[in-house]
Write a protein that binds this ligand. Structure first.
Ligand SMILES: [Zn+2]
Length: 203
């Protein structure tokens, strides 16, 4: 199989990370530059996954209005993806019918990975249930796309590969926040070093 081909079958899951208005719409509160540009590529992967009989999972950041995750409460990020608001909705151009929706950070945790959330005070990780869900379905391979490359996509892919799943990130179907310039490039290196296959990246 050529290096840049992603094949889908019933033992594969596509995980579409956080393609939500606050990240993917230019008027969103934590807009990731180019976040809307990836949607056609993400939709292509969803269609290919469906055609191959793969499992399709989507995630949503889904925060309470006040959480230590936000700068307003001493945390890292501007207020974003507050549950049941426009910003937390999936982008309307996303053509998704998911088998499972994983909502992250619902109890005020730092929800980065689709597999685990972190206690904002202690950093202790607890599972979201996605790992068990995929195991029950016999999934062995995971493809990760969405937002953002250097935050939630990276965390999801690193957890997947650590769980023993064969893990691929389609790099042209993600974009980086780049809070610090170069974060996206560093994420790419970190993913490859961890054993994640990255396709669609500039050589
Ligand atoms: Zn968040």
């Amino acid at each position: 199989m050529p290096d840049d081909v992603i094949a889908y079958d019933p033992r594969t899951a596509l995980v579409v990370v956080d393609v939500q208005n606050d990240f993917a719409d230019p008027s969103g509160s934590l807009y990731v530059a180019g976040g809307d540009d990836i949607i056609p590529a993400v939709n292509d992967e969803i269609a290919a996954a469906r055609a191959g009989g793969a499992t399709v999972v989507t995630t949503q950041d889904w925060h309470p209005p006040a959480t230590p995750h936000f700068t307003t409460d001493g945390g890292t990020w501007p207020v974003h993806c507050v549950r049941a608001t426009w910003g937390a909705e999936l982008h309307p151009d996303l053509d998704i019918e998911a088998d499972l929706v994983v909502r992250k950070g619902t109890g005020g945790e730092d929800g980065y990975s689709a597999f685990t959330v972190l206690d904002p005070d202690t950093g202790a990780a607890s599972p979201t249930g996605l790992g068990g869900y995929l195991r029950e379905r016999g999934v062995q391979r995971v493809v990760v796309v969405g937002l953002a490359a250097d935050v939630c996509v990276k965390a999801t892919a690193l957890d997947a590969v650590a769980a023993g799943l064969d893990t691929t990130v389609r790099w042209d179907a993600t974009r980086a926040v780049d809070v610090e310039p170069g974060d996206g490039d560093r994420a790419l290196t970190e993913l490859r070093d961890a054993g994640v296959r990255v396709v669609g990246a500039e050589p």
